[in-house]
Design a protein around this ligand. Structure first.
Ligand SMILES: Cc1ncc(COP(=O)(O)O)c(C=O)c1O
Length: 366
């Protein structure tokens, strides 16, 4: 659906009448967990065919009213993004590659037949919320403010066609560790279910993909694993990605491999950043298909030395153990490998403004 030209939108501000007290906030920020606590405000912007993007507001965080016939509740026309704001050592605040999230958001919008949002408006909305709720940064080591921009079809209409009204929102959640287990390396379960098929919505960040992943994820948890791994739909042979992260494999010849962007996996921004950083480290990076059988064989022979998962929420996380119906295998020592730790450190230090940002990835907003 066509984008209206970037409007010079002014945000209306409605301050929260009863924001969290300093004590409540301090308790949340000392133990934020992941995705359960939210800052005092939220952004809302509306789109209609007639008016384009309008009614940009910063509102008190809280429930929203929806018509029961709103198309999102019936046909799941919904997309989202996930990115983090970091508090820097000098007290400033930075976002990591928000333009890349904006571009991916619009790619998702196109796949779901939704209105696209001007990239600068997307970034502005995120910035406005972070600056409004700048006292919501966790005080724990490794903490950040997780931002969740999302958009849904708000038109009240039960016909099956692209909606003619959308609402874009951003909420913010102080975030600590993504994995509850706190273990140094995660354990993953290879699912029998399929996440995405060729021609489907696997490369879009739409809620429906995650709805379909809940049963497989619950199964992985019930079996005692931290995450679920999906194989390709056609042959159930090739490694695609985890429920919420991309995967990398490191070999004893100094090369690393990650599955290609075939249209069925999410094009991770962390994935793309790590490819660039690994190449700078002199590593050969291959974007190639890799089968589960080969992975198991390479882990046994010692050819494969490390495997790590990556994404905004979990950053870079070592994979220690893999299981399916045929049994388990262990990667390397079963704990974090050297390359995984080095790449994680490289990325985190750029994100937190501790290392030089030669790529222009860090956007300082305060
Ligand atoms: C299915 C899936 N794959 C990969 C990723 C990693 O993407 P990014 O690095 O942009 O966070 C995510 C998280 O957004 C995801 O949900």
């Amino acid at each position: 659906m066509a984008t209206t030209a970037a409007p010079a939108l002014r945000f209306t501000r409605v301050p929260h009448p009863a924001p969290a007290t300093a004590q409540v906030r301090a308790e949340v920020l000392a133990n934020p967990g992941f995705g359960t606590k939210f800052s005092d405000h939220m952004v809302s912007i509306e789109w209609t065919e007639a008016e384009g993007w309008h009614k940009a507001e910063i509102l008190p965080y809280g429930p929203i009213a929806l018509d029961p016939a709103a198309a999102v509740l019936h046909y799941a026309q919904e997309i989202f993004e996930g990115l983090k704001a970091y508090r820097l050592a000098d007290g400033g605040i930075a976002l990591f590659r928000p333009e890349a999230n904006a571009a991916r958001f619009n790619a998702s919008a196109r796949r779901l037949a939704m209105a696209e949002i001007p990239e600068d408006l997307f970034v502005q909305a995120v910035e406005q919320l972070v600056l409004t709720d700048a006292d919501w940064f966790p005080t724990v080591e490794g903490g950040s403010l997780y931002l969740r921009p999302f958009m849904f079809a708000s038109e009240a209409f039960l016909g099956v066609r692209p909606a003619k009204a959308y609402r874009f929102m951003v909420i913010a959640s102080p975030a600590g560790n993504y994995f509850k287990s706190g273990s140094p390396a995660v354990s993953i379960w290879v699912s029998d279910y399929t996440r995405a098929a060729p021609g489907g919505t696997g490369a879009a960040k739409c809620g429906g993909n995650y709805a379909a992943s809940l049963v497989p994820t619950a199964e992985a948890f019930a079996r005692g694993h931290d995450q679920v791994l999906f194989l390709d739909a056609a042959e159930h042979k090739w490694i695609e990605e985890l429920g919420g992260m991309n995967l990398f494999f490191a070999f004893d010849d100094g090369s690393i491999l990650t599955p290609p962007l075939s249209g069925t996996i999410l094009p991770g921004i962390t994935r793309e950043s790590l490819i660039a950083l690994a190449r700078e480290e002199g590593l050969t990076v291959r974007e190639e298909r890799y089968s589960l059988d080969q992975w198991r064989a390479d882990a046994a022979s010692g050819k494969l030395v490390e495997t790590f998962a990556c994404g905004t929420a979990a950053v870079v996380t070592p994979v220690g153990k893999v299981a399916d119906h045929n049994g388990e295998f262990v990667i390397g020592s079963g704990g974090p490998g050297q390359l995984t730790q080095k790449l994680r450190q490289r990325l985190v230090s750029i994100q937190r403004g501790e290392a030089e940002d030669t790529h222009g990835w860090v956007r300082k907003i305060a």
